[in-house]
Each structure stands twice: as C-alpha cells, then as structure tokens.
Design a protein around this ligand. Structure first.
Ligand code: F0G
Length: 370
C-alpha cells in the first residue's frame, strides 16, 4: 500500500554554512546570504587507504594502525573548499555595498569567486598566473562570467596587485586575507566535530596561502572553548617541496610544483599558520611532486575518491611523516581534508596513466581483453 507521508530519514534540510552556523559566523547578518548551499560535505571513512599507507610507508612500525576519514571538500558547489569562505565573503561584500569583487588565484578561488559573484549579481575580476592554472578551474571562472586576467607572474605577484588595486578603486577583495573568508571556512571544523562527536587526533591538509589551516584551527578552538569538543586536534600541514616557504622558513621567489593550487612562495597567513602549528603541537613537512602524484593516484584507485594533486599533498605529507617517525598514529583518529575535485585538473589525471584499450565493436573482441 502506498504511504501517505514521506519516511523520516532523519535528514535536516541544508541551507548552506551561514544558515547552519549563523550564530558562530562573524559577518553582517542583515541581508539574505549569498549561497549555493555549500558545506555539509561527506566525511568518508577510508580504511583501505589507511591500511595501504601503513603497509607502503611504515611496514615495520607499530605506530601505523590508525583510523582515517576523508573530508571531501570537492563536493562543494564549485568543486573546492573555497565555497565555504566565498558565501561569507560575498555576503559581506553585498552588505557593504560593493559592486565589484577581485581576487588573485591559483584557480579554485577564482572559480568560486566567479560563481558567488554571479549569484550576487556583482562584477568579478580574477588574476591568475599565466599557464599555471588547471583547465577545470579556468573553465569555471570563465563560465561563471568573471573577467579573467592572466598575469606574467605567480600567485604572490597577483595578490600584491589586487591588494594595491583595492587601495585605488572601490573594489572588495575576496582573497583569504579578507576576515569574512575565514569565518566561512572554519565551518568545516564544526562539521567534522558534529559528525564524529569530538575532534579527531590529527587534522591533515595541504597548505598554500595558509588561509585554510588558519580557519580550521579557529573552528576547532571555538568548539573546544564552548565545550562542544573535549580536545583539540594536532595539525599536520604539507607543502609541495618546490613551494615550501613555511617548511624552509623563507620566502620562495619562484615556487614550482605540479600541484599548481599551492604554488605559492609567500603565504599571506604564514604567521597564523605557524601559530596554529605551534599551538596544536603539530607538524609541517614538504613533499616532492612524485610523492604527491603517487598519493593522488592511489587515493582514487584505492577508495574511489578523486581529488586534484594539491589535495593529495596533505595525505602525502602524512605518509612521509609516518615513514620518518615524525608522528605516532597508533590508535589515532585522523581526518584528512581533500580540498578540490580531481576533475579540476583533467590534464594531470590523464598524463602518465594507461590509455583506454581500443577494440573492434564485437563481443569476441571484448571477451579477449577482459
Ligand atoms: N588545496 C586546493 C585545491 C587549493 O586550491 C588551495 C588554495 C589549497 C589547497 C591551499 O589552501 O591557500 O588556504 O592554504 N588555493 C588558492 C586559490 C590559493 O587561489 O585557489 P590555502
């Protein structure tokens, strides 16, 4: 017999991060949020990947039996974690009366800013490093209608330029130096604790301009302060070896890595990132491109989770730290943030991997190859 009402699946309707965490988000709340219903991303258990990492990187160690969860930020509307901070930054920009927003970007911020600006009816200008932006990100920024400006320089040059531009023209800056960005991005920590019931032992993530590590730490501290978590996690940050200013302790003039999203030589939130790493008794390490790509391929193959190379840097850093006995993960619960979708960078995905097998269109040919 047909049911007269829908079954209660226990799910609450999700209206985006501002609606869900309104009282914790310090922005102007007197206008309707500019939102694409971002957030509420999956926290996926990844036991096969945890097992593989232990076997591959620390086979003789007793410190490698850990529980792993993936915070899959690729599931946000434009395919990266940037949407969390863009809903807050764009809402604040509209409340402040802005007509134009601007940012420098390695790609994901550009796509996200473009989408949220479209949603708000604002003009969006993005500066990207010429030739160093993945195809899916450029496709997004252009499709959402931003004015995309390619500069003969890197992200750090772009950030300097947009900072200066906002001093000369009435334009809102939506890079993560904008405090409203951090207010949105910290909600990822809230979601992790809301799902797990407490903070994890370790939170592992890639570090570029250092806005995200700053935001996560703020979120964890707030929930802990208010008694919603019994502990704080240790932070494990990872940078690409060719773009590792925080690890090296100095600015990198010409950063270089296949992980173009984190190709940054002078992070704007360097100081906050260092403080968060210190306060959390954390660890930051540098990972060569080959190790990033090795992890990137294996996350997809082992768990069916596809992220972009920069995102895999966090887990590559965890694996490296385990191998070098820099961390003891025995019995620990680890959350690793996968920051952006694998489809953002189809060129890297296809390069160096077995191409499809070509066969005749008949069953004999098919049975021969499978
Ligand atoms: N992962 C991805 C996929 C990113 O796009 C970024 C940063 C990071 C990690 C690092 O985060 O900068 O907060 O430390 N992308 C910025 C951009 C720089 O312009 O899209 P961070």
């Amino acid at each position: 017999m047909a049911q007269s009402s829908r079954p209660d699946r226990g799910a609450k309707i999700w209206n985006g991060v501002i609606a869900n965490y309104r009282e914790r988000i310090e922005i102007t709340h007197d206008i309707a949020p500019v939102t694409l219903l971002e957030g509420n991303t999956p926290l996926v258990p990844a036991p096969r990947l945890a097992h593989w990492i232990a076997q591959e990187f620390a086979p003789a160690s007793k410190n490698a039996d850990f529980e792993l969860f993936i915070k899959y930020e690729a599931a946000n509307p434009t395919g990266s974690f940037k949407d969390r901070g863009m809903t807050t930054a764009m809402t604040q920009a509209v409340a402040d009366g802005a007509k134009t927003v601007i940012c420098a970007s390695t790609g994901n911020t550009a796509a996200s800013a473009a989408a949220y600006a479209a949603r708000a009816g604002l003009k969006c200008v993005v500066l990207v490093p010429d030739g160093k932006i993945a195809a899916g990100k450029l496709a997004g920024a252009l499709s959402y209608g931003a004015q995309v400006i390619s500069i003969d320089g890197n992200f750090d040059d772009g950030l300097r330029m947009v900072r200066e531009a906002t001093e000369h023209a009435p334009i809102a800056l939506v890079n993560s130096i904008n405090p409203a960005r951090v207010q949105g991005q910290k909600t990822a920590s809230f979601e992790i604790i809301d799902v797990l019931g407490d903070a994890p032992d370790w939170l592992c993530l890639p570090v570029g301009n250092a806005g995200n590590i700053t935001s996560y730490w703020l979120g964890f501290k707030e929930y802990h302060r208010d008694g919603l978590a019994s502990k704080l996690p240790q932070l494990l940050g990872a940078q690409a070896a060719g773009s590792a200013p925080i690890v090296l302790g100095h600015i990198v003039k010409n950063p270089d890595t296949i992980a173009t999203a984190i190709r940054i030589g002078n992070p704007a939130r360097w100081h906050e990132a260092s403080a968060a790493l210190d306060e959390s008794d954390g660890h930051i390490c540098a990972v060569p491109d080959e190790a990033i790509l090795h992890m990137y391929r294996n996350i997809a193959k082992i768990e069916g989770i596809f992220c972009e190379p920069s995102s895999a840097t966090g887990l590559a850093g965890l694996a490296r730290s385990l191998r070098e006995s820099m961390v003891d993960l025995h019995g620990k619960r680890v959350v690793c943030v996968l920051t952006g979708h694998g489809l953002k960078d189809p060129d890297t995905a296809i390069k160096g991997i077995a191409a499809p097998i070509m066969i005749e269109a008949n069953i004999t040919a098919l049975l021969k190859v499978i």
